[in-house]
Design a protein around this ligand. Structure first.
Ligand SMILES: [Fe+2]
Length: 290
């Protein structure tokens, strides 16, 4: 039986109001339009690292977004898997932002982004071993204890694997949830990309991961590089990813989903159409289970 890495029991946060349905990752080209037109989007995910500077126009705009929509915070800077010390300045700033904007929850990735003081502009994967599990569980528990609520930890796309891994990624995620008492952000595109790149079954991944711990789902587009897939976030969601999302929605139609698009960003209308497609898939499964 696994033991939580902290004795503190943390209820999931709901400070930012109810987050449900299919939201959109808010990017700067759409900020003004969202503020002016207040489109019918159930919630927005905010890249917290892009809004961490105090004061100024960015703060004012985010305050206005928050006045009209539930939001969540998505981070890339915790470097949860690193062996560098935790960045307490980063976490203190995040905690201040959480108190101010009241996001429904905060997420970051199962990866490391800095090592030996060097920052890498990528989400680098970890080996799936007992040692990594212990290390990561302890770090996540420390962060959660400091922030006062559970984190959502997201599976990343990967292009290399470690020969000494002893667990599958899905097994690792399940053990991590139990050990660190954290929740999951399941990126369906990342599952598909990693499954293609490493030759595992995406369906078996869904079978193995603890769906009761999944509080958010990401959808995005990849780039087909021929012999591998790149998690490029520069395209509409591809059909195999919709199919995997439909499988997930059949199993758990209540989980909020989100459209991510970070490069070659299209109009807000296109993102809303993608969100509408995801919502229609969820509705089919909700109706089937009603
Ligand atoms: Fe994602």
């Amino acid at each position: 039986m696994c033991r939580a890495a902290s004795s503190i029991t943390r209820p999931p946060s709901s400070a930012g109001g109810a987050v449900s349905g299919v939201g959109i990752g808010l990017r700067s080209p759409h900020l003004k339009e969202v503020l002016q037109t207040q489109p019918d989007v159930p919630w927005f995910e905010i890249l917290a690292d892009n809004h961490s500077a105090p004061g100024g126009r960015i703060v004012a705009e985010l305050e206005q977004i928050r006045a009209h929509y539930p939001i969540t915070f998505h981070c890339v800077g915790m470097s949860l898997g690193s062996v560098d010390p935790l960045d307490w300045d980063y976490l203190r700033n995040l905690k201040t932002m959480m108190a101010h904007y009241q996001p429904a929850w905060v997420s970051d990735h199962l990866c490391f982004t800095h090592l030996g003081g060097e920052h890498y502009h990528d989400l680098l994967p970890l080996p799936y071993t007992e040692e990594a599990l212990q290390h990561l569980s302890s770090r996540i528990a420390q962060v959660q204890d400091f922030l006062g609520e559970r984190l959502l930890v997201e599976n990343v796309s990967s292009y290399v694997s470690y020969a000494h891994s002893t667990l599958s990624e899905a097994e690792f995620l399940g053990a991590l949830c139990e050990r660190a008492d954290c929740d999951l952000l399941l990126d369906v595109n990342n599952i598909y990309v990693s499954a293609f790149n490493h030759g595992f079954s995406a369906t078996a991944f869904l079978d193995a991961v603890p769906l009761e711990r999944v509080r958010e789902v990401h959808l995005a587009g990849y780039e087909d590089k021929g012999h591998y897939l790149l998690d490029a976030h520069n395209h509409a969601v591809y059909e195999p990813v919709w199919s995997l999302f439909s499988d997930l929605a059949r199993r758990a139609p209540h989980i909020p989903a989100l459209i991510e698009w970070d490069n070659d960003i299209p109009s807000l209308q296109v993102l809303m159409e993608e969100a509408g497609k995801a919502a229609s898939i969820v509705r089919i499964h909700e109706t089937a289970t009603a």
